[in-house]
Design a protein around this ligand. Structure first.
Ligand code: HAS
Ligand code: CU1
Length: 555
């Protein structure tokens, strides 16, 4: 039986109060992305053996790479996640969450980011975005990173509390879809963050302040990857919210299964965390059996992405067919490709087919040996977080920023060009880096262009990488023009919609959907799976520590 649509109807006024803080999140996230991305093309050229690093500005390739990874992968994503995972649920529930808490989260994050950025730019924290000990950063870097995580959790707590109060006032009702997906994501992130919290608060901060003489690198890496794999889903799931709920609607179709969306988010809650060891297949000191066990769970967590692929493709098909598309693939060509927001996000999905497939390759223990720590890895993650997530967020801004600011989008054609430049640029660079890693064994994170002779010379892959970097530099410029142009425009409320492009799909009120609504129970089950698959490994590492003193990073 379909639940009456009334309680799912969007309340247009309620979300307005969250607009200022949402604008703050989106614009700060974009500022971080523009700063971080400036270094991207330089890194692409490095892998084409062209050293363009401006030494007068930045100490070394490693300092630049730290700015790039921290600003893009950690800061840009977290700010967008906070915006997406609070704004849509508040619109849907028809009442605002605790705005003070959300602003508090914003400021904690922002002060933390300023501290960490200062540490990196001063050249005393060139530890890359994974900050593996014994590389040691100046203490403000770690405190800043901790504040970024804590601030995001404050925002998450506001959303979860908001959902709980809605539940109390609507007994027996099923959580609306956008809220279900947001709360599942926040619960996953709340549990996932525990690893990095212990690593930074218990070990790295006291160590950088001189209170601990040493830190065990293997224990620190394991705590990092406890959070580190799940964090990729913390980046991805807000993009999935847009793919499931908004893009089919924007394209003129509908989400074909509300249940599939809910199921996939609960599966992500269950299996995103106890898989982090697939980043440590080549680390000695962790038993092969545990690596195999987490490898198996990695294959479990691929299932909800496959569920997403088929559900979203079928939902887009409804759009394409409604627009007159015929035959096997006619629906695909009939999608509204001139709409920059839709085009960007469908292109994001296409890249994720390759990004996801290469993830499956990496997760397969023996194949990992060939690719680990080569340039294959940055190739893989530029097609996942660097494209699937990044151009989804960029595509969202094309309707969302006008909606939030009431200013129409500036130069929609340039916006469309941005999407294509990003897509072609990342495909070229991602495939270039991946094939370079396999063909020549080129190591990731290496200042190759500074070597007297490039031992990883392979012209076709170098050309692909450099060409991709060039297109991305142009894409960054076109995007900057679109964003600044939009912000400088006059408000024109009549020209932009105050509604979000979403209509609640019918809910199949049955046992499965009711069971999926018990998100705290699923979170409890997640804790048990984590305890079974991570508990013994962490116990062994905590009781056999080999602390090492820090190695400073002058850049
Ligand atoms: Fe990964 C390393 C395995 C997904 C990010 N990954 C990384 C690193 C990053 C990263 C940043 O097992 C490097 C970390 C570092 O610095 O060391 N990854 C996976 C697997 C998946 C996966 C199995 N990764 C992601 C996502 C990321 C991300 C998502 C960011 C957002 N990854 C690994 C492994 C390593 C790794 C190893 C360690 C390697 C090493 O040795 O160090 C899976 O989640 C992927 C599942 C995805 C799919 C694709 C589904 C496709 C969809 C699109 C549908 C298209 C449509 C269009 C609808 C199965 C949903 C329709 C149109 C039509 C015409 C049909
Ligand atoms: Cu992973």
């Amino acid at each position: 039986m379909a639940v009456a649509a009334e309680h799912l109807r969007m309340d247009i006024d309620s979300g307005k109060s969250l607009k200022p803080v949402t604008i703050a999140f989106v614009l700060t996230g974009l500022a971080a992305m523009f700063i971080g991305s400036l270094f991207g093309p330089l890194q692409a050229f490095n892998y084409a053996d062209i050293n363009l690093y401006p030494h007068f500005l930045i100490k070394s390739y490693y300092t630049g790479l730290t700015v790039h990874g921290v600003m893009n992968a950690l800061v840009f994503t977290t700010y967008f996640n906070c915006a997406i995972l609070s704004y849509f649920s508040s619109r849907e529930l028809g009442e605002a969450p605790n705005r003070r808490m959300i602003w508090l989260g914003y400021w904690v994050m922002t002060i933390g980011v300023v501290m960490a950025a200062f540490a990196v730019l001063s050249g005393r924290a060139s530890v890359l975005y994974t900050f593996y000990p014994p590389l040691q950063a100046w203490w403000p870097f770690y405190i800043g990173a901790a504040m970024l995580v804590v601030g995001s959790l404050i925002v998450g707590a506001a959303v979860v509390l908001h959902w709980m109060s809605w539940k109390r006032r609507h007994p027996g009702q099923i959580t609306p879809l956008l809220t279900h997906m947001s709360v599942a994501t926040w619960l996953m992130w709340g549990l996932a963050a525990l690893g990095i919290a212990v690593e930074v608060v218990v070990f790295l901060i006291p160590w950088s302040l001189g209170a601990w003489k040493g830190v065990d690198p293997l224990l620190a890496r394991t705590l990092f990857w406890f959070t580190g794999h799940a964090i990729v889903y913390f980046w991805l799931l807000p993009a999935y919210i847009s793919w499931y709920a908004l893009v089919p609607h924007q394209a003129g179709g509908r989400l074909i299964s509300d249940t599939a969306a809910r199921l996939s988010f609960v599966l992500f809650l269950l299996f995103s965390i106890p898989v982090g060891l697939h980043h440590q297949f080549e680390d000695a000191g962790i038993g092969m059996g545990w690596k195999m066990a987490q490898m198996t769970l990695t294959f479990f967590v691929i299932v909800p992405s496959l569920l997403t692929a088929f559900t979203v493709a079928a939902s887009l098909e409804t759009a394409g067919r409604a627009r007159g598309g015929r035959g096997w693939l006619g629906w695909f060509t009939r999608l509204p490709w001139k709409d920059p927001s839709v085009a960007a996000q469908v292109l994001a999905m296409l890249t994720f087919i390759i990004g996801g497939a290469t993830g499956i390759v990496l997760a397969s223990g023996w194949l990992n040996v060939m690719a680990h720590n080569t340039s294959f890895i940055p190739g893989h993650f530029h097609l996942t977080v660097g494209t699937a997530v990044a151009i989804t967020f960029i595509g969202m801004t094309f309707w969302w920023l006008p909606h939030l600011t009431r200013k129409p989008l500036f130069a929609p054609r340039l916006a469309l060009a941005t999407a294509w430049l990003w897509f072609v640029g990342m495909m070229s660079m991602g495939c270039g880096l991946m094939s370079m890693g396999i063909l020549t064994g080129a190591p990731r994170r290496d200042w190759i262009s500074e070597l007297p002779h490039d031992p990883f010379h392979n012209l076709p892959t170098m050309i692909l990488t450099a060409a991709g970097g060039t297109l991305l530099a142009i894409g960054l410029l076109t995007y900057l023009i679109v964003i600044v142009g939009t912000l400088l425009r006059k408000k024109n409320p009549d020209a932009v919609s105050d509604e979000i492009p979403y209509q609640a799909p019918p809910v199949h009120d049955g046992k499965l959907v009711r069971a999926l609504d018990h998100l705290f129970v699923w979170a409890g089950a997640t804790v048990l799976i984590i305890a079974a698959f991570y508990g013994p490994v962490l116990y062994m590492l905590f009781t056999h520590q080999i602390p090492l003193p820090g190695v400073g990073t002058g850049g």
